[in-house]
Write a protein that binds this ligand. Sequence first.
Ligand code: SF4
Length: 358
Amino acid sequence: MAPYAAPQHQVDIDSHRPIMSLSTPPRNCGDHASTYHWDTIREFADPTERVKKLVFTQSDCVAESTLYGSRSYEEHTIVCCSTMSGCPIGCRFCGSGDFFIRKLSASEIVSQAQYILENCIDGIDPTCIQKLDIRVMSMGEPLLNTSLWQAFHYLHALYPHATLQISTSAPDIDWSWVLDMSVAIPSVALQFSVHESTNQARDALIPFKRKLSLEGIADIGIAWHRTTGRRPSFNYCAHGCNVDQADADRLTGLFPPAIWDATVSVICERNEFQRAHNQHQHILALDFSSKLASRGFKVRIENPPAVETIGGGCGQLWFVQEWMRAHPSLVRRSVGNSLPARHPSPSRSVQSAADLCV
Ligand code: SF4
C-alpha cells in the first residue's frame, strides 16, 4: 500500500479555514507541531505492545493522548484524546484527578487525533482502517466541555467511519445537547464511568459533587437509547471490594442487559514507575465479567497494554503529572486533591483481596 500523504493544511473547525491562516500566528517551535496548534508534541512508544503516548503542550496547558493498535493499525486502531487539561472531577484513581488547568478548544481536541492518524500509524491511510475508535477518555470530563460537539462534528467529517466514543462520569448537566449531538452524529457512542455499584462507594471514588446518581445515570442511558436507538454501556473498574454477586445484582437491576452493554476495566496504577498490580487485577476483572455475562450482559474487558513501561492506561497520565509538577503556578486544585488515592500502590504487601480495599 502506498504511504499515506497527510493533507497540506489542517482545517480550523470554527471557520473551515486552514489553521495556518488563523489570526493567531502559529508558534515557531522548530518542527511541525505548530501546524497542529501545539508548541511541542512528544511521542513515547512501547513497540512490543503497539502503544504510543503523545504529549501535547502549549505555554498554558498540556494534553495527553494514547494510540493503541491491534495486530495491525489497519485492522483496529484506537485513539484516546483529552478534552481538558487536568480535570475538575477529581477521581481518586486518576493521574489527572488532583488538578485542573482549563478546557481544551475544539481545535485542540481534534488536532490530537488528527496528528496521531497522520503521523503515528506507520503511514497508513486512516480511511483504510477497518475499525477506528476515537475516544474522549484520556483526560478531562468531556461533557463539561461543550466544544466537544464542534470537535465531533469535524472528526466525523474527517473520519466518517470512526466510532466517536464519549466516556463520561455523568455530570449533572442539561443533557439535551448530548442527545441532539448523538442524533446529529450517528457514530457517537456513550459510555458511563460507573465503577461502583452503590452511590456511597462511587462518591468516595469520584468526589465531584454535581454528578448524577446511579439511578440518574440509568434514566439518562435509557433516554439516550430511546432517542438514538443505540445501546449505552457502563464501565466498571473491578477491585477486591466491588466484585461480589451482590454488586453484579445491583448493576443488573440498574442497567438492564436488554438495553445496556458492560465494560469491565482492569485497574491501572496512577503512580508512575511503580510496577502495576496487573495480574491480580486482571483476574478480578475476568471473574466479575463472567458474573455479568451470566446475567445476560454483553461484556467487554479493557486491559490496557504497556501500563508498566509508558503508562499505557488512559488514566495513568504520567507525563501530565510530570508537566503539572513543573508548572505549579498554572494548576488549580480539584475537589479530589488531598483526598486519599484509591486502589493502593502495588508496593504494599498484598496478602489477600481485602488488602486492596482502601
Ligand atoms: S477519570 Fe476522567 S473524569 Fe475522572 S478525574 Fe480522570 S479525567 Fe477526570
